[in-house]
Ligand binder design. Structure first.
Ligand code: CA
Length: 711
């Protein structure tokens, strides 16, 4: 061939290559790597629970900003079949949105329109039927994870499952605990470096020894496991960390399991090749029972860093020494590059239940600062010199009863905080509550064991109280460098949902009263508000497709406070009028030129208990029914004093408990007729116990109906 013609051909080939359309990227064929999950500049996806590996929940998008956010309108919505607990963060990958809902069912939607693509059902109901009866309450989950071509979910009954992102078909399933264990999972799995990390919860439901585990993302094979508390020394320690931890315990702690479960709050730190996670409270709560003679009880209520490859211990920070208040540290851990006193610091930011905001140097686990972000009386301060809390004299309620704040629900719990690196501010959904802890009458002998689905905290009671704060909730902006609050917006109720912050100088947050708000991130000014007509507990996400920025979230209240199991009184979710089975759970996505009309929700309705004239209440039977109700944890979903929050039907208004419907009631409670909704079956309950329950519920209903308010 002539050389010039050769050159011409080469030129034509190059031109053709430039003109030819790039092959369409098949959504789920994309092989997602750590590089992509770490890429803060990617705005078309939301690839991890906290958006990227940094868990900042900060988007560099500024199309929607302080100037125009007032024009935000619904772009699309989907009515979901879920009945309760919309607490999760959806993922967006290649224009497809994935979420995990009630009973751990996963659904995929077109993220431009909301058109459903597939559904994956891990059939949790079947597992809780065949499993131990303690699996009540935890039918929700906070998120999914993606890596390679897969999505990962963790189930209530203890499975970690890898599914194909494109088809929604199961690829592998691994058991991370046996169904007979008093454990559960509500946390998202965390995929990183070809592995998937998962923890578990359940400390209060029986003697357990918490642990975290990493699995191979391709095969589901177990790679490593780390125990959060030491086992019986007579059995030998798994590693040096366990031996070290055992020195901080007394008595025969292993008989109670020790607890320390990690149910939320984990971060992959690529720079230091470590997995940082938070741990929970002791089993049981009361240290007097758990570890007579005291001790810090490592690694309860701590932030722990493990080598990401091997699961070997690197460092820890204990946030509540000698934990006795349910001060879990299972809250978000955000990675941030800070400049403190002129020095660059690779920091981990953490605001656990105990009310202190920690800035940790994550290269070595040293606490740089820890200041109170809420009303706190259990600790006077965190001493930076000794790296220890100075715990208040009466914090362990040795004299029987003490009003302590924050409450066991935490000054901040799993509701996501976010960090805006542009403004250097962290946005924390804050609860302002206290607890009266009562020690009197608690079993203190070492034979204490929680059985079946009974609550085992070794306290005779704990009541929600008020802390000195003027409101019960707030959203606050915290400066982690100056180590102080910059602004705070007071909110009437606690349990404000997780936050999202953007380069448009915005913070988004939903509230239990159903309002989604956009704030000016610089000063807390409310710039936009949308009434979803149903309480919000999930954090929003944002992404951009076809040149359009969207803000999206799940609508529907959930989590522990929403169930009213603590008997929350004026703060109880029953006061909002969100009823189980009445209000529509949704995903709503907003944009600046949204045009869709979202149908109105039914008006909030306070439950009206039924007065059954035919039913004659036997006071003795009602009293024994009250005990049955409490020890079988009916309270967890149906609420204290049989006043339901929003997690399950209010039994005072249930037809199944009226005279003549004894068979129906028996079929539900003993027979498991409503298993698919997450109502476990209780075959061991006797006829007398069922009758007692009916009398108890009727008594609660009738007393309520006579006052007209339910309580
Ligand atoms: Ca707990």
């Amino acid at each position: 061939m002539h050389p010039s013609r050769n050159r011409l051909l080469a030129k034509l080939l190059v031109a053709a290559a430039l003109i030819a359309p790039a092959p369409m990227l098949q959504a789920s064929d994309r092989n997602i790597t750590d590089k992509e999950i770490s890429d803060e500049s990617n705005t078309s996806d939301w690839l991890a629970y906290g958006r990227t590996h940094s868990e900042q929940r900060f988007s560099p998008l500024s199309d929607i900003n302080t100037d125009n956010v007032g024009k935000l309108k619904p772009e699309w919505f989907v009515d979901l079949p879920d009945k309760s607990d919309m607490v999760g963060t959806p993922l967006v990958v290649d224009g497809i949105m994935y979420y995990i809902g009630a009973m751990n069912i996963v659904r995929a939607f077109d993220a431009r329109t909301g058109k459903e693509l597939w559904e994956y059902d891990p059939e949790v109901a079947e597992k809780i039927e065949t499993g131990y009866q303690r699996k009540v309450f935890w039918k929700h989950n906070r998120g999914l994870s993606t890596y390679g071509d897969k999505l990962f979910l963790a189930t209530w009954d203890g499975r970690l499952i890898g599914i194909n992102r494109k088809t929604g078909k199961e690829v592998w399933s691994a058991r991370t605990f046996e169904q007979s264990e008093p454990l559960n999972i509500t946390g998202h799995p965390k995929a990183f470096d070809g592995k998937v990390f998962v923890g578990n919860g359940g400390t209060e439901l029986g003697p357990t020894r918490g642990y975290v585990t990493a699995y191979d993302a391709e095969t589901g094979k177990q790679l490593w496991r780390f125990y959060i508390v030491p086992g019986n020394p007579a059995d030998g320690f798994e590693d040096e960390a366990q031996e070290m931890a055992a020195k901080t315990w007394n008595g025969k702690w292993w008989e109670h399991g020790g607890g320390g479960n990690a149910w939320h709050g984990w971060t992959y730190d690529k720079e230091f090749k470590q997995l940082i996670f938070g741990t929970g409270n002791g089993s049981p709560w009361n240290r007097k029972v758990r570890s007579p003679g005291g001790g810090d009880n490592l690694f309860l209520s701590s932030v722990v860093a493990l080598d990401a490859d091997t699961g070997k211990y690197k460092w820890h920070v204990q946030t509540a020494p000698g934990e006795t208040w349910d001060y879990t540290s299972c809250m978000d851990i955000i990675l941030a590059d800070l400049k403190i006193d002129g020095k660059d610091v690779k920091a981990a930011l953490h605001a656990p239940k105990n009310g202190f905001f920690y800035v940790i140097d994550r290269s070595n686990g040293k606490v740089i600062s820890a200041e109170k972000f809420a009303d706190v009386n259990w600790s006077t301060k965190f001493d930076l010199k000794t790296q220890r809390h100075i715990v208040s004299e009466n914090a362990w309620y040795n004299d029987g009863e003490e009003n302590i704040y924050p409450s066991a629900f935490g000054a901040h719990t799993w509701h996501a905080m976010s960090y805006n690196p542009k403004l250097g501010l962290v946005f924390i959904p804050t609860n302002h509550l206290g607890n009266t802890f009562k020690d009197e009458g608690a079993k203190t002998d070492t034979s204490f064991r929680a059985e079946k689905h009974k609550l085992g905290i070794a306290l005779s009671g704990w009541l929600l109280t008020k802390d000195p704060h003027e409101t019960r909730g707030s959203l606050q902006a915290w400066d982690p460098v100056k180590n102080k609050r910059v602004w705070q917006v007071n909110q009437k109720n606690p349990w404000g949902a997780g936050t999202l912050t953007t380069a448009g100088n915005l913070v988004f947050q939903g509230l239990p009263d159903g309002k989604l708000k956009a704030y000016d991130a610089r000063n807390g000014k409310i710039l936009w508000e949308y009434d979803a007509g149903l309480g919000i507990s999930a954090p929003p996400i944002t992404y951009k497709l076809d040149g359009k920025q969207m803000v999206s979230l799940l609508i529907g209240p959930g989590g522990a406070l929403a169930s009213n199991f603590g008997g929350s009184g004026e703060l109880g979710f029953e006061n909002f009028g969100w009823q189980y089975g009445l209000h529509q759970r949704r995903i709503i996505t907003f944009s600046l030129d949204g045009k869709v009309v979202v149908p109105a929700q039914p008006k909030p309705q306070i439950v009206q208990p039924i007065f059954d004239k035919k039913f004659e209440i036997d006071k003795e039977k009602a009293a024994s029914g009250g005990t049955t109700y409490a020890v079988n944890l009916c309270v967890a979903c149906h609420g204290a004093n049989a006043i339901a929050g929003v997690k399950a039907p209010d039994l005072r208004a249930s037809k199944a408990l009226l005279k003549g419907n004894e068979k129906l009631f028996e079929q539900v409670v003993r027979g498991g007729a409503l298993l698919s909704n997450g109502m476990p079956k209780f075959p061991e309950l006797t006829d007398e116990e069922l009758e007692g329950l009916r009398h108890y519920i009727r008594q609660q209903a009738h007393e309520g109906s006579s006052t007209g308010a339910g309580h």
